[in-house]
Design a protein around this ligand. Structure first.
Ligand code: CO
Length: 209
C-alpha cells in the first residue's frame, strides 16, 4: 500500500469507528456547525488544535499559519476572524503559540530565507518592541521561548484592536480574546494573560468607538 493509500485506509477506519459509536454523527454534523471557539495557532504539525483541547469536529473553528500571526493586512486571517465573529458568533478567540516555534526561531536568527522574511519581519517588530526584556536573557532556549510568549501577546492585542472585534463589542456581543501557549514537551497548555473582553481594556489610540 502506498503512503497516500494508507491515509485513505485510515480515513475509512476513522469514519467507521465514529459511526459505530454514533450512527447519526456525520448526518447531524453535515447540517450545521456551531463552534464556540476560534483557535488561531501555528501550522507546526506537532500542535494539532482539536486534539490538544480534545474537541470533536464541529466544535473548534481553526486558522493556522506560520507562528500564529494576526496581521491586519492578511486577508486570509481577517476573513476567518470576520466569519467566526460575525456569522458563527464564537464567544472566544484564542491565539495559541507554542514553545520552540520554528517561525519565531527563524525571526531571531537574522537569516535571509526569502518570501517568509516578510512574514517574520512582524516577529522582529515584537522583539524590537520588547528589546529591554529580550536583551536581559542570554540563554538561547530561554530567549526563543520568551519571544514565543511575547509574540502571542502581540497577536492577542492585534485581534483586540481589529475593527471586527471592536464592532462586536459595540453591538453588545459577548467575545473574549485569549493568549495561550502550548508546551510540546509535555502536551500542556498555559494561559499567558487574562482575557480581553471589552474596549476599555485596549489603549485609546486603537479604539474605534
Ligand atoms: Co510554530
Amino acid at each position: 500500500m502506498s503512503d497516500l493509500e494508507s491515509l485513505f485506509a485510515n480515513n475509512i477506519k476513522w469514519a467507521d469507528n465514529i459511526k459505530t459509536q454514533n450512527p447519526d454523527y456525520f448526518s447531524n454534523l453535515a447540517k450545521q456547525q456551531a463552534p464556540e471557539y476560534l483557535w488561531i495557532g501555528c501550522s507546526d504539525s506537532r500542535v494539532p488544535a482539536n486534539q490538544i483541547v480534545d474537541l470533536a469536529p464541529g466544535e473548534l473553528f481553526v486558522h493556522r499559519n506560520v507562528a500564529n500571526m494576526v496581521i491586519h493586512t492578511d486577508l486570509n486571517c481577517m476573513t476567518v476572524l470576520n466569519y467566526a465573529v460575525e456569522i458563527l458568533k464564537v464567544k472566544h478567540v484564542m491565539v495559541t503559540g507554542h514553545y520552540g516555534c520554528g517561525g519565531v526561531k527563524a525571526a531571531l536568527e537574522n537569516r535571509k530565507l526569502g518570501l517568509i522574511d516578510y512574514w517574520l519581519r512582524n516577529i522582529r517588530d515584537v522583539y524590537f518592541n520588547n528589546k529591554a526584556i529580550m536583551d536581559e536573557l542570554t540563554d538561547t532556549d530561554e530567549r526563543l521561548n520568551r519571544l514565543c510568549e511575547l509574540n502571542v501577546l502581540q497577536q492577542v492585542d492585534n485581534i483586540a484592536h481589529s475593527n471586527i472585534v471592536q464592532n462586536a463589542w459595540a453591538r453588545g456581543q459577548e467575545l473574549s480574546v485569549h493568549g495561550w501557549i502550548y508546551d510540546i514537551h509535555d502536551g500542556i497548555l498555559h494561559k499567558l494573560r487574562s482575557p480581553i473582553d471589552s474596549a476599555e481594556q485596549i489603549p485609546e489610540q486603537y479604539r474605534l468607538y
